[in-house]
Write a protein of this length. Structure first.
Length: 123
């Protein structure tokens, strides 16, 4: 029996996955950039950033802005980069299983009387 990889429950949430992916690609981003890129509300984004910060996956710093008001800049920590890379590898390992399951489901829907098994009649 094949053991399926375990997905990090903290990253296995769409907004947090998007935050990690965005920061992995860009290096760092302000709250405003993340809000725009993810089309998230202030409250929703703040809640997810808080969870990632508490887990040690993100770090933040205050930076002066042209508008005079400090802005918060976020980036992945080494632990966050490792967790995200591990998550991507685990998710990639699940894809073949997902494709196989998708094919079985499609066959079952196309042939309601079958149990998802291939027909052996005429063999």
């Amino acid at each position: 029996m094949t053991t399926l990889p375990v997905l990090d429950p903290l990253l296995h949430q769409p907004v947090r996955t998007q935050i990690a992916a965005y920061l992995a690609g860009r290096g760092e981003a302000t709250f405003a950039e993340l809000k725009r890129a993810l089309a998230a509300t202030d409250g929703n984004l703040d809640a997810h950033l808080t969870r990632l910060l508490a887990a040690g996956y993100l770090e933040s710093r205050k930076e002066a802005s042209a508008a005079g008001r400090p802005q918060t800049v976020y980036s992945l920590t080494a632990a966050g980069r490792h967790a995200f890379a591990t998550y991507v590898v685990a998710l990639s390992a699940l894809l073949p299983t997902m494709v196989e399951t998708d094919e079985l489901l499609r066959n079952a829907l196309a042939n309601p009387g079958s149990r998802g098994e291939e027909s052996t009649s005429g063999v």
